[in-house]
Ligand binder design. Structure first.
Ligand code: SAJ
Length: 416
């Protein structure tokens, strides 16, 4: 039975909500489940609870059309997509992935499972999590059969289909990106393939659940390692008094070299986190992956030290800090190196800080609690004698050279 008239999406965050809305748009009856009543109320009123291009209109349409409904309680469905957070607990090499939200989602789904159902884990997860989820389901439903017990003959199919969308382009990428579909058995994978085929236009490749888990982690670790290479070059270039951006542009002229850009550090919910999932399961083997994380994590302190050095030369430092988001043109401050840098500058009392972030209306408590306020871009540039560019937002790119002329400038993104 390959038809999916009704699906349930557990977890209505950055991934779950767009996924639910896209299925609903394609005619599937979707129940979105979340533990947060405010999220449920907002979605049922047709309003997403976070900013993402085109998501507002889509959610309003599918809610008004009766195809998407959000609730606190799970209900029977043909397929269940679990898209809950898998955070990291602790810091650095001793951090451990927390899969308790996945475990809780499995416990919530178990009572409504029926023979013929498909359960998909979309959350980025350490290798073995899909099997762990299936084990919980089997424990709670001894009346049903699962792939780990009956292989291809199982009544319930279980798969891992990791999301890989880029914040800021989620709706486009959810449909057009290629997908890795990892089944606990071939039949599980085929069933999951049939589901995603309803909405995904990109290529869908079928594999095992464990390969799919590691594939997702590998993609983000690959990017992290490559950014670490660029950041390491920035340390080397500073010592050798070479402009790192020029250096990279020159090296990238080679047809088989494509170095990424150094920055103030690596932020966001994925690249700064997922490589640790590999280190956690393979601490002996994952030497390069761990080193990359450490290099990228060291970058904010390096930027703070640079500011400290420059500020020491000023009688009364007034520092414009441009950008707080984890990357350009988004309002997302999660794991943002810019926030860490501004916080450390404020704690070190290096001078007056003028924080500029046009994408948010109010500072996060960790910064407002330090007495900081949001400032207007032009006014901050005018007043500052030290300008620290942290995020390459579109709005920061065009700047009057004359305004910068007599100021110290630290451009962590190499855009000026
Ligand atoms: N960054 C640099 N230099 C670069 C590129 C990025 O310093 O040359 C920094 C950014 O400023 C940012 C961080 O890296 O702080 C991460 O940004 P990103 O744009 O590379 O990636 P994310 O975290 O927004 O999304 C990533 C994507 N993964 C890959 O590109 C391999 C996305 O496809 C995934 O779906 C997402 O992680 C996820 O959810 O896992």
């Amino acid at each position: 039975m390959d038809s999916f008239a009704r699906i349930a999406v557990v977890g209505l965050g950055y991934i779950g909500l767009p996924t639910a809305a896209v299925f609903a748009e394609n005619g599937v009856e979707v129940l979105g489940v979340d533990v947060n009543p405010a999220v449920i109320a907002s979605i049922n009123a047709g309003r997403p609870h976070f900013g993402e291009p085109n998501l507002d209109a889509l959610v309003r349409r599918v809610v008004e059309g009766g195809k998407l409904r959000a609730g606190l309680e799970i209900a029977p469905a043909d397929a269940f997509i679990i898209a809950v957070p898998t955070p990291l607990r602790g810091h650095g090499a001793s951090a451990t992935p927390d899969v308790s939200y996945v475990e809780n989602a499995a416990r919530a789904v178990a009572p409504v499972l029926a023979a013929g159902n498909l359960v998909i884990l979309e959350s980025t997860s350490p290798v073995g999590t899909t099997e762990r989820m299936a084990a919980i389901l089997a424990e709670l439903r001894p009346d049903l059969t699962f792939p780990q017990q009956k292989g291809e003959m199982a009544e319930i199919q279980v798969a891992h289909c990791p999301e890989r969308v880029l914040p800021g382009r989620i709706l486009e990428e959810v449909v057009n990106n290629p997908r890795v579909i990892g089944g606990m058995t071939r039949r599980c994978a085929q069933r999951a393939l049939a589901l995603y085929r309803m909405v995904v236009r990109g290529e869908c490749r079928v594999t095992t659940a464990r390969t799919a888990e590691l594939a997702k982690l590998t993609e983000n670790a690959y990017r992290d390692v490559n950014i670490a290479f660029a950041n390491e070059l920035s340390f080397i270039c500073d010592k050798l008094k070479i402009n790192v951006w020029d250096l990279i542009a020159m090296a990238n002229l080679h047809p088989r070299v494509n170095i990424l850009s150094p920055g103030p550090g690596v932020g966001g919910h994925c690249i700064a986190v997922d490589p640790w999932f590999i280190v956690a399961t393979n601490p002996e083997e994952a030497k390069l992956i761990r080193a990359a994380r450490e290099i990228n994590d060291a970058k904010p302190d390096y930027v703070v030290a640079k500011v400290r050095e420059r500020a020491a030369a000023l009688k009364r430092p007034v520092i414009a800090c441009l950008g707080l988001a984890y990357k350009k043109d988004v309002d997302d401050l999660r794991e943002s190196p810019a926030v860490e840098i501004v916080r450390k500058l404020a704690e070190a009392k290096l001078g007056e800080l003028l924080v500029v972030e046009p994408h948010i209306g109010r500072l996060p408590p960790e910064l407002s609690g330090l007495g900081l306020e949001l400032h207007d871009f032009d006014a901050a540039l005018e007043r500052a004698n030290l300008v620290l560019l942290l995020v390459d937002h579109q709005g920061f790119l065009q700047v009057d050279r004359d305004v910068l002329k007599d100021k110290f400038v630290i451009d962590t993104r190499g855009v000026w």
